[in-house]
Structure formats: C-alpha cells, structure tokens
Design a protein around this ligand. Structure first.
Ligand code: BGC
Ligand code: NOJ
Length: 810
C-alpha cells in the first residue's frame, strides 16, 4: 500500500494523506541553517548544531507523535484548521504534501478556502521562508484569520529539556511591529538571537505560550486562536513563543500571500546593543528586507532550484528502469547531501543532542557526497582529521559547532582510523587534488602538534599495524563498524554504556572486519604513497596488507564463510562453531569487496553462504541465527530482541557491501537483486509494512526473527545513503573514479538494457553510452572520442573538456 507517489519531473514525493504510518519528513537548508519538516508541518530548526543552537522546540518521545512544528492556523467562522492537518486535525477536504529537494509544499482545501505553504531555506541567508497563499474558492466573500505559531527553544536543546529550575526564568523577547525577537540569554554570553516575522501588518501577536494556548492546552487547541484574538502577551520567563494574527478578507476568487521568515542573527560583540537592553536589530532588518515581496521569494526559490539542477547534473543516468533513474538522479544523492550535513545528529530518531558528527560516519558519508561539492568534502576531511590522536586513533564523535572531539564517548573504536583513508582517497580520486595531503592538520585540535594530512593517514595505517592480536588480526577495541559488538566490555549492570564501559582493549579481541578494511584501504594508502613518490612506503604498506590478507584467509576463514571476530577469550564469533550468531554479514561483504579470497575461491563460497543463510525478501540480515540470550562476552549485539538492529536485523548499511562484493565477482543479477530489496523506490509499494519514508533509506529493517518483519526504523541518517550510491553509481552502473581517470566497467543484471550517463569529473563532461548486449559484466570495447582505448580507464587529460564514450559490453 502507498500513501503517495513520486513526481520525478519535479523531483518530489507527493504525500496524499497526512495519516502516514510514521511522520515522513524532509530537510531544509544547505549549509548553516537547517530545518526538519514533516508531512504534517512538524519539525524544528537550528543553526549549525542541533544541540547547541536549537531555535525551535520539538518534543521527542511525545504523544501524539510529531509534536511541535511551525504551524499555521486558519480560522474560518467556527472552523479552525491547519494546512498540514496537525495539530488541530480538522478533517480536510483535500490535502497534499510535496517533499522536494530542499523544500516542502503543502496544499490543502477546507470549506472552499485553499491554503498553500511553501517552505524552504534560501541559499544565502540563515533563515527559513514560509510562503503562505490563501485563496477563496467560494462564490461569496470570506472573512478569515491566519495565525502562525512557533515555540522557541532556549538554544541548548539538551539543557532546554532538563534545566527547568533555571530555564523557566530566562525567556525574553522584544516585539517590533510584525517581528518577534527571541533574545533569551542575549543579555549575557550570547551574541545571537532569533526572529519570526511576516511581511504584513499584523492584528495582534502572542509571545507567551501560556497566553496563546491556555493552561492545560496543547497546540491542538490554542485558546487564543479559537477565540479569534491573540492577546499581545509579552513573554517573561516560562516558554516564549512567536505567534502572529492576521485578519483577512478575501473576495470570491481572490488570493492573498504572506511571507513568514524565521531567522537566526548574530551581532559582532561590540555591536550587540542598540541602546541599553535593546538589541541591535540592524542585521535582522536587513535580512527581512530581502524577502518582502513575492518576487523576492520566487527569486530565492529559483536560486535553490538552480543550485540543485547543477548538483544533480554531475551524475545523471538515463536507463530503461525508472526506479533506478529516480533513485540515482534524485533521492539517493539528496540523502547523501543530508547525511553529509547532519551526520547522525538530527532526525526524527536522532534527537540532535546525542551523537554529533561521527568520525566513521562522516568519513563514509563523504563517499557518496564528494562528487557533489568537493570543496566542502575537503574542508570536512580536515575537520575530521583534526580530531585524530597522535597514535592514529580518533575521537569517535565531534560537535559540529566547536569541531572538538567528544570526550564523553572518547576513542577506542578501532575501525575509525581507516575510514579517514577511505574518505581522503575518495576525495583525491574524484578531484586529483593531491595538495590536501600537504595541509597541516592538528591532532586533537592542538596546532602545536600539527603535521601534514599524509602523516595522519600514515598514523591511521600504523594504528592497525601496531594493534594486532594473537591471530595477527586487528584488535577490535570498543567496537568496529558494528557498534554493538563489544567484545571487551563485559557489562553486567543496566545503564552501563556498551560503547564506553569496560577496558576497551581486552586486549585480545580481534576483528576480521577491520582486517578486510585494512586490505582495502591499506592498498588505497599505498597508492597515495606512490603518487607522492614514496615507493618505499608504498612497498612497506603492501607488505603489511599482504600479511593481513593471509591472516584473513587462514584465521579469518571458517570453511564456508569469513569469521566475524575473535572474542576476549580467543573464541570465534560468527563461526559454525557458535550456537547463535554463526555467520555475520560484515566480513563477507567487506572482505570480498576488498578482493580477499577471490582467486582462492573463498569469496564465491562466502557470498553463497550469505545467500543461503542471511537473505530475506526484504534484504540481507546482519547475522544468523539471532541471539536469543544475552552474551556477556559479546555485548550490545545480543541485547536486542531477535530481528532488531544489530541482532539479526536487516542493517541496510551493509547490504551494498554485499552487492558490491557480488559485482567484484561479476554477478550482476545478484548484485541488483540485493540492491532492489532495500531500495526505497521498490519498497514504496509496501509502505504500510515498511512504515518509514519511501524516498530515503532507513538504518534498519526488522529481520525475519522479528515480530514486525520488514518494518523500517531510523530513516534518513545512515551510512546506507552513501554506500548505496557508491554501489549503484560506481559498481553496478560502473563509473568509478580512479587516480588516473574515470573507469567505465558496469556490472548489471542480464536484462537491464542499454543506458546513457552524464558524469562531470575534474572539469570535463563525460557523455557515456553503454551497450550491454545482455552481458552482466565485461567491457569488450571502449571508444573515447572516436578512438578505441585499452582497458576500462579513460586517461584523465586536463585539455579535454567533453568526452563521448561508447562502452560495449559482452
Ligand atoms: C546502536 C547503534 C549505534 C550505537 C552508537 C547503538 O545502540 O544500536 O546502531 O551506532 O548505539 O550510538
Ligand atoms: C549506527 C552508527 O552510526 C554507525 O557508526 C555504526 O556503524 C552502525 N550503527 C552499526 O552499529
């Protein structure tokens, strides 16, 4: 069952009922100012950091869910309704929500009044615009009232939820004409405030939540709205809000429009005040002045569209499969941008106050983002590397505002260092910009111990070399990619964090997954050494990689698949010897995609075992059999009920690893079958089972052991976005950036048909057409600007700006 449909021409998902199984959200904002907006106008906004600079309040874990947003109320006689249905939930005569790329548009009708709200963050200002249009479709005059409502958050969203003894006394506002200024804490250590304004004269405002709602009411029944009269309250402590009242008369057929602006403004420290206690409003007024007319808004919206036209023209495919085209050209790349911006910080499942930027998460996000805006990827790599320690390990997370490592979680996740090589190598393969390796980058943000980025990569590499266990496999530390495989934790008491409790270096627990990573990214490191002219280091690196390869093929091989790990007692994890958790997905996918065991025949066997033991109709499960009891020596992985999360859920993130692994073996049919199972455009038709948004990936789909098999959870912020884009764009469609130039080597299912692709790369445009001839893999002929070339790599030539490429498979 579906709750809407894709409108590919407009790059939108059109939701046709507000009653989706879960809130279906979208993200607004490109750089500093961000908003989350649901299909019923729920959500919130923040500047740069969802924890430290939250503008509006959201109530996680509330009932009914999706509580608080940017609401508009329309009062038409006795009827009060919202264009997004919530919070009043008056039944609408028609409803539509279009989630687009960086904007959402709501169009609803009630009693012959049509309301539409277009909301987006303009390219060059730190604000959100809501353009509201009201039309009287009846044959008589209508007297209506339009009300707006947002509830301010007192900036630090974590403190805002906890520190009531202080917070109920700090709220302060100023009101000037139609603009409400949220200046809480501005008198002391802050030089910023927020505004909510509308480009018309208002009839009244409210800034005190209690005055607006009335005690014991929620936003579903604001007394002031139902009375048709805001109270001009001036907040003092308690909960400051911003609400406007506009009384409107609409002749039959008449439309009126309004621009509401929610903004964030900073003042230089010495220009904070206009006069004693009165804030300097100059920058706010300048910003508002830019969005007064409808033409201003149209222009800002056109800029946003043009921005995305440009980004989405960098990789564009035209195949006979509309679902693939839709995901590749629109939604998958869009989600990659969102994960790049948010890491794992703010979604409807990540509260914005927990995990900031993840070290491994952000490095992986780069893989799907780097082609879009390489300069921002470059900046990000430097930020991430700046949180590395001198021994090559790294803070597991950092805060986007301060860019400082988070010491609550600390370090000890032994896969982290290698992801830095992965991200940097992807950046250089995309851009050819070797200069990044010479950038001076601090350790733990301390410039006095800064060294060139290349040296950071060396330390990443050596961290693994220097931290091996009894089987010559990498020590796992607190965990590797699988945060829940806590082999050195041994937590026996509730409340202890699996991620930080325990000695972290057991010291013997080892990870075959990190070994697979080391083989893959160790080779990428060696390539960088070669490009830098350091062949001795490249040779040393390759020798280490070779040792690791051998260790995986011996101690890391279980007979039919790769072992997952060795626990602190040196027992195998993910082996036929185990009672539960006999086979894990991660080493099968990653070792094979790293090329391990291909020539020895192990890779074929491992993937066959995956198919036999882990496959389901909704995707490939992370392990089997599920753990039915808690294992002290394994940690969080065994804490979840069978079928959920890391305990045998379908963890979407590592499905593309297996799909990529299949392409390494040339199995186009199987690679694509795996791709399809979790692909949103395919899953759309079971939205009632899947529940989360059908236009983006979720972190997890409940596995076969779970009661709600097939149900998605934790949508949007997941490494699945980047890895799936890598899979479909670089391995299945096969356009892979190498240091020497673009490689064209698709691996498609037998009936996929011919396809065309435009790829912009290092300043040139590649117009690629692929004739598949029914083949799954293998290039028979590659003709580049009329000349046949050897191999699959089109040598990069800075003097050529336009390439016509004909690839003939077979
Ligand atoms: C979750 C993981 C997550 C980790 C770190 C665990 O509880 O299951 O998916 O990566 O916490 O926050
Ligand atoms: C989610 C985390 O963000 C990611 O870093 C981790 O790899 C997966 N969970 C698996 O545990």
């Amino acid at each position: 069952m579906q709750y809407g449909f894709f409108d590919d021409k407009n790059r939108e998902y059109v939701i046709t009922t507000p009653k989706t199984p879960l809130p279906w959200i979208n993200y607004l904002g490109n750089k500093d100012f961000f908003s989350l907006v649901s299909n019923t106008c729920g959500g919130y906004s923040f500047y740069k950091d969802a924890k430290l600079l939250r503008l509006t309040r959201y109530r996680y874990n509330n009932v009914p869910y999706d509580n608080n947003g940017k609401y508009f109320y329309i009062k038409d006689g006795e009827t009060v309704w919202n264009p997004g249905w919530q919070p009043v939930k008056t039944e609408l005569d028609s409803y539509e929500c279009r989630h687009g790329i960086g904007y959402s548009k709501f169009t609803s009708v009630k009693n012959d009044v049509k309301a539409s709200v277009l909301t987006f963050v303009p390219m060059s200002d730190t604000c959100e615009i809501s353009h509201v249009e009201l039309t009287n479709n009846s044959s008589s005059e209508k007297k209506l009232q339009l009300f707006s409502y947002v509830e301010w958050c007192l900036w630090n969203a974590d403190d805002d939820m906890k520190n009531f003894q202080r917070n109920l006394s700090t709220g302060e506002v100023e009101i000037v004409d139609s603009t409400i200024f949220h200046k809480t804490e501005y008198r002391e250590r802050r030089n910023h405030y927020a505004i909510y304004s509308v480009n018309t004269k208002v009839d009244a405002v409210d800034t005190s939540r209690d005055a607006f709602l009335g005690a014991y009411n929620g936003p579903d029944h604001p007394d002031a709205v139902f009375a048709g009269k805001l109270t001009n309250s001036v907040a003092s402590g308690w909960s400051p809000i911003a609400a406007h009242q506009i009384d409107i008369t609409l002749a039959p057929g008449e439309t009126k429009t309004f621009n509401f602006i929610l903004g964030y403004v900073e003042n230089p420290e010495d220009q904070k005040w206009e006069s004693h206690g009165i804030i300097n409003k100059k920058p706010a007024n300048e910003m508002l002045a830019r969005y007064q007319s409808d033409a201003d808004v149209d222009k800002a919206f056109a800029e946003l569209s043009a921005y995305w036209d440009n980004l989405l023209s960098i990789y564009h495919v035209k195949s006979s499969n509309e679902k693939v085209d839709r995901m590749v050209n629109i939604w998958n790349q869009y989600q990659c941008m969102v994960t790049f911006n948010m890491s794992r910080s703010a979604s409807y499942y990540e509260s914005g106050i927990g995990r900031g930027m993840g070290f491994r998460d952000s490095c992986q996000d780069l893989l799907g983002f780097v082609h879009l805006i390489p300069d921002r990827a470059r900046e990000r790599i430097i930020d991430i590397a700046s949180t590395q320690f001198q021994d090559g390990s790294a803070y597991h997370q950092y805060q986007p505002l301060t860019k400082k490592g988070n010491s609550d979680i600390g370090s000890g996740f032994n896969d982290d260092p290698l992801w830095l090589i992965a991200g940097t190598s992807a950046y250089i393969r995309e851009t050819g910009d070797m200069s990044i390796l010479d950038e001076t980058v601090p350790f733990d943000n301390d410039m006095s111990v800064a060294t060139p980025l290349m040296n950071h990569l060396k330390r990443s590499f050596d961290y693994i070399v220097n931290h091996k266990g009894p089987h010559d496999l990498p020590l796992i530390g607190r965990a590797d990619w699988n945060d829940c495989l806590n082999l050195n934790c041994f937590s026996a008491h509730p409340g202890e964090s699996f991620q930080t409790f325990g000695p972290s270096e057991g010291p013997v627990a080892e990870s075959v997954f990190i070994a697979g990573m080391f083989v893959k990214y160790g080779e990428e490191y060696a390539q960088l050494c070669e490009l830098k002219g350091d062949s001795a280091e490249a040779e040393r690196a390759r020798a280490e990689v070779k040792k690791m390869y051998d260790a995986v093929c011996t101690a890391g091989w279980d007979g039919e698949w790769f072992v997952r790990a060795y626990d602190a007692h040196s027992n195998k994890v993910g082996s036929h010897e185990c009672k539960e958790g006999q086979i894990y997905i991660e080493p099968q996918g990653f070792c094979v995609l790293a090329g391990i065991g291909v020539k020895e025949g192990l890779a074929e066997k491992a993937l066959k075992s995956v198919k036999e033991r882990l496959d389901t109709k909704y995707g490939v499960m992370i392990l089997q059999p599920a753990y039915t009891e808690y294992h002290l020596e394994l940690g969080e992985v065994s804490s979840y009920p069978p079928g959920y999360k890391e305990n045998a859920g379908i963890f979407c993130h590592n499905n593309p690893w297996v799909s990529i692994a299949e392409t390494v073996l040339g199995h186009g049919d199987r690679a694509f079958e795996i791709y399809k199972k979790t692909c949103p455009a395919y899953v759309e038709e079971i939205s009632d089972i899947h529940c989360t948004e059908p236009y983006v990936y979720s972190q997890m789909v409940a596995g076969r052991d779970a009661k709600f098999f097939g149900q998605g959870k934790n949508s949007w912020l997941t490494g699945t976005a980047a890895w799936t884009f890598v899979n479909i764009s670089q391995y299945i469609l096969g356009i892979y950036p190498t240091h020497k130039g673009l490689s064209v080597d698709p691996c498609v299912p037998a009936g996929f048909g011919d396809f065309e692709l435009v790829r912009k790369y290092r300043g040139a445009t590649y117009n690629i057409s692929v004739k598949t001839n029914g083949a799954q893999k293998g290039i028979q002929k590659l003709i580049v600007n009329g000349n046949e070339i050897n191999g699959t790599v089109i040598p990069y030539d800075p003097s050529v700006k336009e390439y016509t490429v004909e690839a003939i498979m077979g």
